[in-house]
Design a protein around this ligand. Structure first.
Ligand code: SAM
Length: 479
């Protein structure tokens, strides 16, 4: 019980005015003051759920399935390990096999699951730090194209780093106020997630000070931003497309009222898709309108709100705009494409890569196929993945080639031991048990997942980990 959790009286008075009849304010306060169970999501781009379960069994990690997400688990590690090694320094985390994600935050992407089966072009309008972007990318199996947008520049960097760690290859990152999408990308998307900026009332279990600056006025102010964003999302969505709106807050001002605004503004063109059957037990959190209003005491989680809509008709957006300025990439010339494909086939056994090879100065990038129709609509912060840099004798591979595509390699890979992996992430060269006659680049793996590149050198592998990823912390082992 965390009795230092700050819960202002004015907030409680407001909650009392809208808490549903079947829940009590006492249980709500008790839940807000209880520690949150840690949950993780298995990144199926890197590891299967079966492999994860086996790993947990071998390492005495206790897991409990999250009922609404096949890849989500509440996780308890042995006490000594938990004390000495933060989860972010474990091998499963460093290798991108897991993402620490609150269980209720897995719900919004799950609400898009059916729609994603037929979606080529998807927008995550407020994406950083990227828990849901990486969940969406895994659900899309790295196919199609996922545009992940974030307003804050420092958070775009975190988003990019997370996508690299998770091996996401179908993403384009942008750095705008989400309100521009309706104007610049009118009816471009099959599915949209708007996980909106909000007052975060549902997050007090993680952050005891989350309600420090709470006021009804600030709820109202944020709801103005949310309305702008949901309006933009409506215009950016194709007719027939699906929109999921979510927040980690509880107040109807930022939830039901924003949804009502959407339904009123676009009467007859958008309808609610109820979420009461999303998973067994969903009805416990479903409102009369068909939204999920997840109170922390219902599933012992953070508070969340999720609404799903289908766009049933079209209306013109008179504010549509066209981006000016040249596109800085060109299709990679055929000779370089052939050289590159021959190299990765001969050296790593990688026979095909889906996507388009594109060049900007000396950089070689791989764009998702479906990006072509969208690549000049807005200016992107990052498009696809940078897989190499050209030089006079060919192409030098980049770190992301390994993290996103390394699982296709059948040759010149090295499964690192825990000690070797510690050395690798600490920026040291990796000693080999036996000298090797192999030469050139090698893809390094950990827990079966590709994590980076090195160079064979007789008794060792020379480390190619980018400097900004080097860590001097206690990693992987703790004894
Ligand atoms: N979807 C993220 C995830 O699952 O990791 C969490 C998103 S968080 C709830 C909302 C994000 O929206 C914040 O990163 C915030 O910086 C960003 N944001 C705030 N105002 C925005 C705007 N007008 N347009 C786009 N993003 C915005």
């Amino acid at each position: 019980m965390n009795t230092s959790t700050y819960i202002p009286e004015s907030f409680l008075a407001d909650v009392k005015s809208y808490i549903p009849e079947h829940l009590t304010i006492e249980d709500f306060v008790k839940a807000c003051q209880s520690p949150l169970r840690r949950s993780v999501r298995v990144n199926t781009l890197k590891m299967s759920v079966e492999e994860f379960k086996q790993y947990c069994h071998t390492n005495d990690w206790l897991i409990d399935a999250v009922p609404w997400c096949d890849n989500g688990f509440w996780l308890t590690r042995p006490e000594a390990e938990e004390e000495k090694l933060p989860i972010g320094n474990t091998e499963l985390h460093l290798s991108g096999c897991i993402y620490v994600q609150e269980a209720s935050s897995m719900l919004p992407p799950m609400a898009l699951a059916e729609a994603l089966e037929d979606s080529q072009v998807v927008l995550d309008m407020a994406a950083a730090p990227g828990s849901k972007t990486s969940q969406l990318a895994a659900m899309m199996d790295n196919q199609g194209v996922l545009i992940a947008n974030e307003l804050s520049s420092s958070r775009v960097k975190v988003l990019a780093a997370n996508m690299k760690r998770m091996g996401v290859a179908n993403c384009a990152l942008s750095h705008f106020n989400g309100s521009i999408f309706g104007d610049y990308m009118f009816e471009c998307f099959d599915s949209i997630l708007l996980d909106a900026p909000c007052s975060g009332e549902g997050t007090v279990r993680k952050d005891a000070d989350a309600l420090k600056n709470w006021s009804l006025q600030s709820n109202i102010d944020i709801s103005d931003v949310q309305k702008q964003l949901i309006r933009s999302a409506f215009f950016a969505l194709k007719p027939g497309g699906t929109l999921v709106y979510s927040t980690c807050t509880l107040t109807p001002v930022e939830n039901q009222a924003v949804c009502s605004y959407l339904l009123e503004q676009f009467k007859g063109l958008i309808e609610i898709e109820p979420l009461d059957k999303l998973f067994d037990g969903a009805e416990k959190a479903t409102t009369d309108q068909g939204y999920l209003h997840v109170w922390p005491q219902i599933f012992d989680s953070e508070g969340f709100f999720i609404a799903r809509f289908k766009k049933t008709g079209s209306v013109d957006n008179p504010e549509q705009k066209i981006k000016k300025g040249a596109f800085p990439f060109t299709a990679t010339d055929v000779k370089l494409q052939n050289t590159f494909h021959c190299y990765i086939k001969k050296h790593f056994g990688i026979k095909t890569l889906s996507g388009n090879l594109m060049t900007r100065d000396k950089e070689l990038w791989l764009f998702p196929d479906a990006l072509e129709q969208l690549q000049n609509k807005i200016k992107y912060a990052r498009l696809g993945i940078q897989i190499g840099t050209t030089h006079k004798n060919g192409v030098r591979l980049e770190h992301e080639f390994a993290t996103a595509l390394g699982h296709h390699a059948t040759d010149n890979t090295l499964a690192m031991s825990q000690q070797q992996a510690c050395d690798y992430f600490q920026g040291k060269d990796i000693r080999l048990a036996q000298p090797t006659t192999k030469t050139g680049e090698v893809i390094l793996t950990l827990c079966g997942a590709p994590v980076g590149l090195g160079k064979w050198q007789k008794n060792k592998v020379k480390n190619s980990l980018p400097r900004d990823l080097v860590s001097n912390a206690q990693l992987i082992t703790w004894v």
